[in-house]
Each structure stands twice: as structure tokens, then as C-alpha cells.
Design a protein around this ligand. Structure first.
Ligand code: AFP
Length: 374
């Protein structure tokens, strides 16, 4: 009955509607609810509606962490909320989309959003006395903020991974590694430690929703940004990567340039001879998004050496290391083919590395092939 009345009332003025029967207030409430239902069905469910259906959830970062680390993670998360906001409206501003005109130290064209994201993160960190230095994909050299003993953290990040996806409204991400400065180590080079020394790792995936996954060495936990409060709310605690999964993920156009062992691995995944099941192919071209799928569904992501990038394309300190720690905490694994990613000693901040990351069984299968071919 209510549904019929609401339809009938749609073509009438509010005055007509309230005078034709009593209970105008009840009617207004009803019409509002009915519109909400229609809006939700059309995918237009507004933020207020979303909030009312969410149960009370734990905010990021957890209160159990030490205060300085908590403050650092909160600052980083808030900076990522700002980046998410810029991405959401990127198509509406010419200041945001497109190339910035510079080439970064990786020899890659910087996008305006790469620069913007880098500035947002860097500016946010400058206010924290606990940060000794910042290493960013977009800066040639580490930025030293403090040599004081209280400045114990080194924050290492790729501010906007997958920036080639920006112009097509595809997923992108921010990847962050946090290390502690060893006593007396100069801030500028202190981040050159192997990945097992990370005190925290996190990434934010800017997709249909904005998702944050982090670890401080006690499991990997996922949060989703609530657009109403601007807070990340716990959506999956103790994430577990399936031991095997349905997809392999690699830039297959590079296949003929891969070392033979990696070619055999891809062939094995594709045909099912390596792990017993034929895997499907998925490749988004944004490491964070490809990794996030692998974390949730299982499977494997590979960026082996190529002729153009004989040492791999991805960066050890701010791409491979943080994702490897998260994979490890979720029961997965990561290797360069020969050595566990977390055990590689870096020599330079922007060091590249081949990356094989994902479900334990699949990563182990690649490791065995590489070893046999060595
Ligand atoms: P950016 O951070 O410079 O956009 O790098 C993207 C990336 O390093 C990684 O996110 C992708 O997985 C990879 O490059 C895609 O590279 P290909 O186009 O070589 O497959």
C-alpha cells in the first residue's frame, strides 16, 4: 500500500500531498524513505544511508600500538584520505590530471598526481618529531628531517603506484614501509636495511572503495574508508592469503624476455602442469591492485627481470618490501627467485628487484624452477 501511495504522490506538489490526508509529517518521512530505497536500488545510496547500516567499527590505527607509531600511522592514513579525495575528483580539474613534465629518478614521466600525492605525504610527515627521514619514489635523495634521537622512524613510500591508471580512472595505490633508525645511524642512509627489519608496512588501494591494509608484525589487517567520517574502519582482521589461488599475474608482453625458468613458470601456471590446476590470467598494471587481488583470492604475481630491466622493474624498499611483509603475515611468500625478498640487503634507496609474490605453493614452485635453472 505504501509503495502505491508513494508512486501516486510523485506527480503532486507537497502542499497537495499534505492537505489530501492527515499525518503530513509521517508522509514526508515515508516519502524520504521511499526515495532512499529507490536511490539505493539505482546505486545512488548516499553517505548518510551508508552510515546508518554500518555497525560500530574499530578505527585505524588500533589503540594497542605504541603512541609514536600510532601517531605516525594515523598521519599517513589521513594523508591517504586526502590523496583519495584528489583522485575522486581528478577528472574535474586540469590541475590534477596529466603529466607534470618532469622525469623522476626512475626515468619515468611524473604525473601531476604523483607530485601531489608525494607533497601530501611529505608535508604531513614534516610535522612529526618521530620521523628522521623520508625516502620517496618521487625524490632523488632521501629527505632528512631530523638527526635527533627521538626521531626514530624512517618512512619509505611510493606515493602513487600505478599512476598510468590515473587517466583511465583505474585503480592506483600508495605503498609505505616504516623502519626504525639504528642508534647512531645517519638518517640519510638509515633506511638501507633488509625488509625483515620493517616495523610496519601498509598500502592503500584507491579503487571503487578506498582500502588500507597494514601490518606491524602481528597479522595483516584490512580497513575500508568510511566516506562520511573520513575514518578507516576495520573490515577484515587477520587476513589470510589462500595457499593456492585461481590467477597468475604478469605483464605477458614481456614473456619472451624473461629468463627461461620464469617462462617455464608462466607456462606451467597457464597449462596447469606446475600446480595441478590451470590458472587464469589477471593484470591490472598497478602493483597494489594486483597484489590486493592476490592477497584476497590467492595466486601469484610475477615481475621477473627483462632485457630492459635486468634487475627487475619494481623497487625493493617501497614496493617489494612492504608487500612482502604483508604477504608473509598473511601466510604468503615473496622472493626474487633465489632469495626471500625480506632478506635482501639494499645498497641504494631506489634499488630494483625481480618480484614473485603470492600464495606459498605457487611462489615455492617458481623458486624450485629458478633453482633448477641456476
Ligand atoms: P608507477 O608507480 O610509476 O606508476 O609504477 C607502476 C608499476 O611499478 C607497478 O605498479 C606496476 O605493476 C608496474 O609498474 C606495471 O608495469 P608494466 O607496465 O611494465 O607492466
Amino acid at each position: 500500500m505504501y509503495g502505491y501511495r508513494a508512486e501516486r504522490d510523485q506527480g503532486r506538489s507537497s502542499d497537495e500531498r499534505s492537505s489530501s490526508s492527515g499525518g503530513a509529517e509521517r508522509r514526508r518521512t515515508f516519502v524520504f524513505r521511499t526515495r532512499s530505497v529507490h536511490r539505493a536500488k539505482r546505486g545512488l545510496c548516499d553517505a548518510a544511508t551508508t552510515q546508518t547500516i554500518l555497525p560500530k567499527m574499530t578505527k585505524f590505527p588500533p589503540t594497542t600500538l605504541d603512541v609514536p607509531l600510532r601517531e605516525l600511522l594515523r598521519t599517513l592514513a589521513q594523508a591517504c584520505v586526502q590523496i583519495a579525495a584528489k583522485l575522486r575528483t581528478a577528472g574535474l580539474s586540469t590541475d590534477v590530471l596529466g603529466a607534470a613534465g618532469d622525469i623522476n629518478i626512475q626515468g619515468e614521466q611524473q604525473q601531476k598526481l604523483d607530485v601531489l600525492a608525494n607533497n601530501i605525504l611529505t608535508d604531513a610527515l614534516r610535522s612529526l618529531a618521530s620521523v628522521a627521514a623520508i625516502v620517496s619514489e618521487e625524490d632523488d635523495e632521501p629527505i632528512v628531517l631530523s638527526e635527533s634521537d627521538t626521531a626514530k622512524y624512517l618512512v619509505i613510500f611510493d606515493p602513487l603506484d600505478g599512476s598510468s591508471n590515473i587517466d583511465i580512472n583505474g585503480p592506483t595505490g600508495t605503498i609505505i614501509s616504516i623502519m626504525e633508525r639504528k642508534s647512531g645511524a645517519p638518517a640519510k642512509t638509515a633506511s638501507l636495511q633488509c625488509g625483515s627489519q620493517q616495523v610496519a608496512a601498509m598500502y592503500v588501494l584507491y579503487g571503487p572503495s578506498t582500502v588500507l591494509v597494514y601490518t606491524t608484525g602481528e597479522g595483516a589487517h584490512g580497513y575500508t574508508l568510511d566516506p562520511v567520517s573520513g575514518e578507516f574502519l576495520l573490515s577484515s582482521s587477520n587476513m589470510q592469503m589462500p595457499e593456492s589461488g585461481p590467477y597468475y599475474s604478469t605483464n605477458e608482453s614481456n614473456l619472451s624476455e624473461y629468463p627461461v625458468a620464469f617462462q617455464k613458470a608462466i607456462e606451467g601456471f597457464r597449462t596447469g602442469t606446475l600446480t595441478g590446476t590451470k590458472l587464469g590470467a589477471r593484470y591490472i598494471g598497478a602493483l597494489v591492485a594486483d597484489f590486493h587481488r592476490t592477497l584476497l583470492k590467492g595466486g601469484i604475481y610475477l615481475y621477473p627481470p627483462t632485457k630492459k630491466t635486468p634487475h627487475g622493474k619494481l623497487r625493493l624498499l617501497y614496493e617489494a618490501n612492504p608487500l612482502a611483509l604483508i604477504a608473509h603475515e598473511a601466510g604468503g611468500a615473496a622472493t626474487n627467485g633465489a632469495t626471500d625478498i625480506l632478506n635482501i640487503d639494499p645498497e641504494i634507496p631506489h634499488q630494483r628487484v625481480p618480484l614473485v609474490i603470492g600464495s606459498k605453493n605457487a611462489v615455492e614452485a617458481v623458486r624450485t624452477l629458478v633453482k633448477a635453472d641456476a
